[in-house]
Design a protein around this ligand. Structure first.
Ligand code: NAD
Ligand code: DAU
Length: 331
């Protein structure tokens, strides 16, 4: 296919591009703003096989240039970190909602297939059982509210204009090339450096872990087989409490368990996420990587790819880390 993939200099989008080039031979244009979370280096191995445009998705002129000749838009572009949405929500509204609107307009003008990459966080927290696609949207953070707003806008373009849109809602991803503000890479890199491991609150929050290549293939499935106006949940095969995840990272890295520090909880911290993926499984998708195996592979990847993360750890990330964790970890 000829695809416009937005936000593919980030974690999941870059994985998707790699999979599509290798397994489908697609022609791909990437549009990315290259925020702190997006880096050309992340696409280094495939940069000669794609067209890359450096621009924000809310720039309608750049989007029009990028989308020329494409059959479909797959949108990964977003501000994605919940903690940053709590300390500074503005950018989340611009990129996640206004940017999605700009892409939908481009798709509408040309009658293109549109896939929105979304998140389990739009449903909010669930104590027991799992969310289905019919569950209410009850987002808790500015991040998840902006993603839920985008989902509603996407659905409205199908309902009002008949555009062939689909939404794929993933649970927590992990794997290579994830920016180390997120819990798993943060804990891996801190453990390798024998730094403290900051666990929010009591550490009993549960996440439904999904290996990034499994999510990439799920989005490909939705692109090929997703019905108009349909949303598809994509949950990982294993749920795990944060403390258990950090404990396993301590074992895999040989770090000292006393590095674990309980710090002030995230405001409004969702307790548990859980998705039923039955609808997507009926389209033929299955998660292939269990958490135990994927986590070990991910630790190995970070051990072997310091070229990718060292410039991040020594750049503006240090200021972010100090601002966000400094006082709590010194207390
Ligand atoms: P990421 O933060 O690693 O990457 C985001 C990418 O979007 C970066 O390349 C960044 O430069 C780009 N970007 C940001 N603002 C932009 C803008 N205005 N215009 C163009 N590009 C812009 O994110 P990720 O973890 O790869 O997430 C990708 C998508 O998947 C997001 O929509 C996110 O909500 C969703 N998602 C993430 C997870 C997860 O666990 N990480 C789970 C489910 C869904
Ligand atoms: O569920 C899907 C979502 O997963 C995506 O939509 C988001 O883009 C992605 O960032 C992720 O959100 P979370 O908030 O669940 O991920 P995060 O890695 O920030 O945190 C995972 C859990 O770990 C959460 O319960 C908070 C906790 N945590 C996180 C950090 C960064 C800690 O205990 N300490 C930390 O330092």
């Amino acid at each position: 296919m000829r695809l416009l993939v937005c936000g593919a200099a980030g974690f999941i989008g870059s994985t998707f591009v790699r999979l599509r080039l290798r397994e489908h031979g697609d022609q791909i244009t990437v549009l990315d703003k290259l925020t702190y979370a997006g880096r050309r280096e992340t696409l280094q191995d495939v940069i000669g096989e794609i067209r890359f445009i450096h621009a924000p998705i809310e720039d309608a002129v750049a989007v029009a240039e990028a989308v020329a000749g494409c059959e479909a838009i797959v949108n990964f572009a977003a501000e994605t970190h919940v903690d940053r949405s709590i300390s500074g929500p503005e950018e989340f509204m611009v990129t996640n909602m206004q940017g999605t609107h700009t892409l939908l307009e481009a798709a509408r003008e040309r009658d293109l297939r549109y896939v929105q990459v979304s998140t389990d966080e739009v449903y909010g927290s669930i104590d027991d059982g799992s969310f289905t696609e019919d569950s209410h949207l009850e987002p808790s953070s500015p991040y998840s509210a902006s993603k839920a707003g985008a989902d509603l806008l996407v659905s409205s373009y199908q309902h009002t204009y008949g555009l062939h849109t689909s939404i794929c809602r993933g649970s927590n991803n992990y794997g290579p090339y994830q920016y180390p503000e997120k819990m798993i890479p943060l804990m891996i890199l801190n453990a390798l450096a024998r730094d403290q491991l900051p666990v929010y609150g009591d550490g009993r929050n549960v996440r439904n872990w999904l290996y990034v290549e499994d999510f990439g293939r799920a989005i490909g499935h939705v692109l090929s087989y997703g019905g108009p106006g349909e949303a598809y949940n994509c949950g990982g095969p294993d749920e795990c409490e944060n403390l258990a995840v950090v404990g396993r990272i301590v074992e895999l890295t040989g770090a000292d368990p006393s590095l674990v520090e309980h710090v002030t909880d995230r405001p409004g911290h969702d307790r548990r996420y859980s998705l039923s993926s039955e609808k997507l499984q009926k389209l033929g998708w299955r998660a292939q990587t269990r958490f135990e195996e994927g986590l070990a592979q991910t630790v190995d990847w970070y051990r072997e790819n310091a070229w990718w993360w060292e410039p991040i750890r020594s750049g503006s990330y240090r200021d972010y880390y100090e601002r966000h964790y400094g006082r709590a970890l010194r207390a």
